[in-house]
Write a protein that binds this ligand. Structure first.
Ligand code: GDP
Ligand code: MN
Length: 361
């Protein structure tokens, strides 16, 4: 999960990284009310979940006289497809130098990869491509709790020692917050000290619970219903309803649908040990989404019994064709029940997906 700049800055500040003084406003009234507390000259920064806001016009210099007018423009803007709902109004920094610092998870070493460049504020990918020598890097194994001094020296080079201290704190944030990425671009020097002028923090989605973060994405009524019943269920925008058991099998089914040129309308993972009632409920739920032309049920029987699955499918009795691939416990009984009712059963997942995609054509 990627935090907004102001959220990331709050985390940085809690961990001792200096950030510019600022306030988040969600309306023009908010800003008008905050003007008295802001310095005479400030920066208005659109809080959107995309990079390169500066280039896209999302970072604007303002003062007490122009602030509201500029904020009006920003709120009306759409930065690379993202509407602007929040603006961070921040003291304007008199920047003397911009550095780049980031720490990310390196999947190959399963440790931390630290990048540092004397030229910040720029697109780091472009810099790494055009002048690889300008980006210094160091890898840390996961057991190390502090950047070793020799490594800090090699990374920051001739930059002021405060920059090295910020890098150490950034590493603390990275560890404490289970981050996939902690980035400051630019990390700036000014006459009054160093500051994280921008902040990016991406938290590992698998650590959200440990971090005490609950996502409140808007669920559709059906998604809420599914959640109540303990199903993993997600709505997409295609025409094939997908039911599987286990995240792996369900995702593999979705991948195959993509490969065959189809598009899923939704997918539901019934989980382990699904009984007749749950299967019936799952099929009914998936079939109830407008635009679902065909349903594919791809289940492996283990604790789940194929005959129970078959009864659930039959009881649901939905109007759309249901294409079934069942394998495992009581497979023969399940197949016999479905065959008697004229359901299409296919032996392999590929055949089943092929048939489902063809049915939508
Ligand atoms: P991004 O474009 O989304 O990465 O947004 P940033 O927050 O990194 O801002 C882009 C650029 O705007 C920075 O590299 C700075 O050059 C400039 N900038 C941002 N804040 C300030 C500020 O307070 N003072 C000055 N002079 N420049 C700023
Ligand atoms: Mn930036």
């Amino acid at each position: 999960m990627k935090l907004m700049e102001h959220e990331a800055k709050a985390v940085f500040a809690e961990n001792g990284i200096p950030v510019p003084k600022g306030v988040v406003v969600r309306s023009l009234d908010d800003l008008a009310g905050a003007l008295a507390d802001l310095p005479g000259e400030f920066v208005l920064k659109a809080q959107v979940d995309v990079g390169g806001r500066g280039k896209a016009g999302g970072i604007r210099m303002a003062d007490r006289a122009t602030g509201v007018a500029i904020a009006t423009e920003l709120f009306a803007k759409d930065i690379r497809g993202c509407p602007v709902r929040e603006i961070l109004a921040e003291e304007r920094l008199l920047i003397t130098h911009e550095y780049y610092a980031s720490i990310s998870v390196d999947r190959s070493t399963k440790g931390a990869l630290i990048l540092f460049a004397d030229e910040g504020g720029v697109d780091i990918e472009a810099l790494a491509r055009d002048r690889p020598g300008a980006v210094r890097r160091a890898a840390l194994p996961p057991v190390i709790s502090r950047i070793p001094s020799f490594m800090e020296r090699d990374l920051v080079g001739a930059a002021p020692k405060e920059i090295g201290q910020v890098l150490q704190k950034l590493y603390q944030v990275f560890l404490r917050k289970d981050a996939m990425l902690a980035e400051i671009n630019p990390l700036v020097t000014t006459a009054s000290g160093v500051f994280a002028a921008d902040a990016k923090l991406v938290i590992d989605d698998n650590a959200l619970k440990r971090q005490g973060i609950t996502l409140n994405r808007e669920l559709s009524p059906r998604e809420r219903e599914a959640e109540k019943h303990g199903f993993s269920y997600v709505e997409l925008d295609g025409s094939i309803g997908v039911i599987g058991n286990g995240a792996g099998l369900t995702m593999a089914t979705l991948d195959l649908i993509g490969f065959y040129g189809g598009k899923a309308a939704n997918f539901l993972d019934v989980g382990g040990g699904a009984d007749q009632e749950r299967v019936k409920y799952a099929v009914t739920l998936v079939a109830g989404v407008p635009g679902v032309k065909v349903i594919i049920v791809n289940l492996l029987g283990g604790i789940t019994r194929c005959d129970d699955v078959a009864r659930g499918i039959i009881e649901a009795g939905v109007v759309q064709p249901v294409i079934v691939r069942l394998a495992g416990t009581n497979e023969a009984e399940g197949r016999a029940l479905l065959a008697a009712k004229g359901y299409r059963m296919l032996d392999s997942m590929e055949e089943a997906v092929d048939a489902a995609v063809e049915a939508t054509r």
